[in-house]
Design a protein around this ligand. Structure first.
Ligand code: AP5
Length: 197
């Protein structure tokens, strides 16, 4: 199947809600490109680029990287696309990022279609993140430096303060729908797909 029309999906939800997991499958099955700002930044850190060196301590502390760096990064990605068929996972995360994205998408004639908001209880989120760190270590891999209980709680607090206000931003525009993020990954995926526009 070929896909020529624009489509923009934005995953919202706290750290550990399953945004990355679900966005990866949705992208694969719907011919969309996943843009995960966390993955892009971790790649820069791993390669030791100038950007990576700049953001490493910020990510380790569970804080947000400055808006202008993220907005420049997203602008470049979108500019390199033909039809804009994209799933954002981890962006936008602040009001300034959301407003910048609105402008970029307007310029490209690619309005937002759907904003699924994954809802998961706070303690389950922490448990998932700590478990991911534990499993990576058990496999002899390097765990994400922010997958500790302390940093997960910090990330949760940052989400509440800086990202949660975006729920209203997208609610006002009629794009947002809530998804129960607890259950098997297939169950959660089915709920997401059934709400897509
Ligand atoms: P980022 O990588 O975006 O991390 P996050 O939002 O904290 O998200 P996670 O990857 O932990 O969670 P997720 O919701 O994607 O869930 P996942 O599918 O992985 O950001 C990291 C850092 O980068 C930020 O703190 C910041 O410093 C910086 N950054 C990134 N974007 C930025 C931006 N726009 N502006 C500024 N700074 C930015 O699942 C989590 C775990 O749960 C996995 O182990 C998974 O297997 C498991 N799981 C998933 N679904 C289920 C399920 N249904 N049942 C049981 N377990 C499940």
């Amino acid at each position: 199947m070929t896909h020529n029309s624009n489509k923009v999906v934005i995953f919202l939800g706290p750290p550990g809600a399953g945004k990355g997991t679900q966005a990866e499958r949705l992208a694969r099955e719907h011919g969309l490109v996943q843009i995960s700002t966390g993955d892009i930044l971790r790649d820069h850190v791993a390669r030791g680029t100038e950007l990576g060196q700049q953001v490493k301590p910020i990510m380790e502390a569970g804080q947000l990287v400055p808006d202008h760096l993220l907005i420049a990064l997203i602008r470049d990605r979108l500019a390199a696309m033909g039809p804009v068929r994209v799933i954002f996972d981890g962006f936008p995360r602040t009001q300034a990022q959301a407003e910048a994205l609105d402008l970029l998408l307007e310029e490209l004639g690619a309005p937002v279609n759907s904003v699924p908001l994954l809802e998961v209880p706070d303690q389950t989120l922490i448990d998932r993140i700590v478990e991911r760190g534990r499993q990576a270590t058990a496999r002899g891999e390097q765990a994400r430096s922010d997958d500790t209980e302390e940093t997960a709680r910090k990330r949760q607090q940052v989400y509440r303060e800086q990202t949660q206000p975006l729920i209203e931003h997208y609610q006002r525009r009629g794009h947002l729908y809530t998804v129960d993020g607890v259950g098997t990954m297939d169950e959660v995926y089915g709920r997401i797909v059934s709400g897509l526009k």
